[in-house]
Design a protein around this ligand. Sequence first.
Ligand SMILES: [Zn+2]
Ligand SMILES: [Zn+2]
Length: 382
Amino acid sequence: MHDELIQSAGEWRRDIHQHPELDYDVLRTADKVTSLLVEFGCDRVETGIGKSGVVGVVHGRNPQKGPNIAIRADMDALPIVEESGVAHASTRQGMMHACGHDGHTAMLLGAAKALAAERHFDGTLVLIFQPAEEGGGGARAMIEDGLFDRFEIDEIYGLHNWPSLEIGRFMLSPGPVLMASDRFTIELKGPGGHAARPHECVDVVLASSQLVSALHTIIPRNLDASEQAVLSVTSIHGGDAFNVLPGSIRLRGTVRTLSPHARDLCQSRVEELAEKLPQAFGAIGEVSYVRGYPPTINHAKQAKTLADAAARLVGEEAVERNMKALAASEDFSFFLEKKPGAFIFMGNGQTAPLHHPRYDFNDEALPHGIALWRELIQGGRS
Ligand SMILES: [Zn+2]
Ligand SMILES: [Zn+2]
């Protein structure tokens, strides 16, 4: 691959890293992507899809022959104060690219530049740059804004960098690769009172501690041991004096599951325990359970196509084709609910973990991501 292309991708990556933007407010990044796609000679570039998403279209030599393949990158950063200490660190206080979406965007731009120049493929390439992956559901917003009506798309692919996986290695699986992510808030209420006279009060502190323990029995005692699932209570708030039993306590937590069965079961058990257990203590339990991203489930045929492309580049031994699903989530899942496709993880080497203040996307991974997308589209004709 041309050194010049890798160098440009590195420059785009570090520039985006220096100017992180959150959620749907990715206007500078989207503008940069748009002007580069136009400069590369894309046949069509549309902006403002799902508020701030950008889509570019590149026709191959025989567009009628098909297929129409979409590749997606995400553009948003996180509300984290950067501590990486790198020269291209964030210039915006309290925001940073701690998930490597700067790298994902730069790699798809690199592939777009090469593919728009070469066009050694039939069919059409659709380049999707989405906002708000980090919790805002930007993928869903783009779908609701007509992504699949406005652009003909037969298959869709995406990737995520993975720290601790060596550079030049890939992993994926046919079937689930990431979990569903749901959250709950439980409010326990009861008349509080003097801490020295608990017999005259309802002790929501005690009730909440019993509830935390009970919630942690859901997975080991209700789900088949072969199911992958995680429940964590992540916050407890209530009370502010040493001699007063508070009138309310708020618990929050997250539930990660792979199967629809486990997802439904965890929700109904959390709701049941949160409402009924406090009653036994004379308290009232109110629960709000919110479903977030669904599990990311690869389609077998497209997972094989993507794994084969990776294996042609880096060798079969550097591609894990049957990875165990990771306990994280992705809104790429919304695309895979609508279209056949696959999501792959690529090595980012020994960097800090994702969402860590010292994380930085590894530029050594750039050539591998660009090459993967070229190989997927041109299948050895790069
Ligand atoms: Zn992230
Ligand atoms: Zn991410």
